[in-house]
Design a protein around this ligand. Structure first.
Ligand code: NAP
Length: 286
């Protein structure tokens, strides 16, 4: 059977239309505030994608940039203002922050009802207890949507996740667990990674190590979701992105696979704005 390439851009287009229809019924455009400290080319690129998608669909997106030397107190003052502003529905803190800052404390200063990245302890607790109706972090939510819209069943499958970060691996694991997958989480200390990855029905790779997954790591018929994004060091001048999976090596073996770019990335962006629309509804429900 021919391998399916799961096209995240096509699904994003459908989600964008659905979101535009949903928010057109709202009394005003839902508003997202993106708080960034300092400048980082990767963060700048991700923010541009979010601003472009959000504005195209009809959201208001405000990018607030503080200087590299800003203190925790400076950022928390901005958060307090955004928390109290009725015209702001969702707040995200662009990570990573400069090394001198206390990321955990600043995240906790975001109002739980505006925490559209799902990073505060209130959101984490909800996901931990098996409830995916709150703010599921955008990448995890994007992966669930990708599987769902591609007609790939999760319940009863064995899902293997490579990567255990708080931002990606762990929320993906919890979200799949709540959908009744049997979940294995792998990391840099996992012995015989290939033995685990080959045993997966659904293999999700979020390690940030280009080409980590090759022929020896996959088995026939699997669904492979490549979350990794690394800039190609050989792409002179141009920004070329590579995933964690050696796409060409595995694509004849597996049943379905996401490309990089154009797989999970577009759904991460769309999922963030689904969370903003949900935040608007929750904040304004009577
Ligand atoms: P991270 O915080 O660096 O975590 C990487 C994880 O991968 C860690 O748990 C690490 O294990 C594990 N790992 C590293 N090398 C490994 C190896 N050789 N074998 C097995 N496990 C290994 O990164 P992240 O924030 O989770 O992001 C992961 C990747 O996804 C990055 O490339 C990032 O750019 C990308 N990303 C993409 C999207 C998207 O929308 N497509 C969104 C977010 C992130 P230890 O815990 O043992 O160190």
């Amino acid at each position: 059977m021919e391998t399916r390439v799961l096209n995240g851009r096509e699904i994003q287009t459908v989600l964008a239309e659905e979101l535009a229809a949903t928010i057109s019924l709202f009394p005003r455009a839902p508003a997202l505030a993106i708080v960034q400290v300092g400048e980082r080319p990767e963060s700048d690129a991700y923010i541009r994608q979010k601003v472009r998608f959000g504005q195209r669909v009809g959201f208001e997106v405000n990018h607030i940039r503080l200087g590299e030397q800003a203190s925790d107190a400076d950022v928390m003052k901005v958060m307090a203002e955004l928390n109290g502003d009725d015209r702001v529905d969702g707040i995200i803190l662009q990570l990573p922050l400069p090394a001198h800052m206390n990321t955990g404390v600043i995240i906790e200063s975001i109002h739980p009802l505006k925490d559209v990245d799902g990073l505060t302890s209130a959101s984490v607790k909800r996901l931990f207890s098996g409830d995916t109706s709150g703010f599921v972090p955008a990448t995890a939510k994007g992966i669930l949507t990708l599987l769902d819209r591609s007609g790939i069943e999760v319940a009863g499958t064995h899902a293997v996740i490579v990567g255990r970060s708080n931002l990606v691996g762990k929320p993906v694991a919890l979200a799949l667990l709540s959908l009744n997958a049997t979940v294995t989480l792998c990391h840099s200390g996992t012995a015989d990674l290939a033995k685990h990855t080959r045993s997966a029905d659904i293999l999700i790779v979020a390690a940030g190590k280009r080409g980590l997954i090759g022929r020896e790591h996959v088995s026939r018929g699997q669904t492979v979701i490549d979350v990794g994004i690394t800039a190609d060091p050989l792409a002179e001048g141009k920004r070329k992105l590579l995933g964690d999976v050696d796409f060409d090596a595995v694509k004849e073996i597996v049943g379905a696979i996401t490309p990089v770019p154009g797989g999970v990335g577009p759904l991460t962006v769309a999922s963030l704005f689904e969370n903003v629309a949900a935040a608007f509804e929750r904040l304004h429900e009577k």
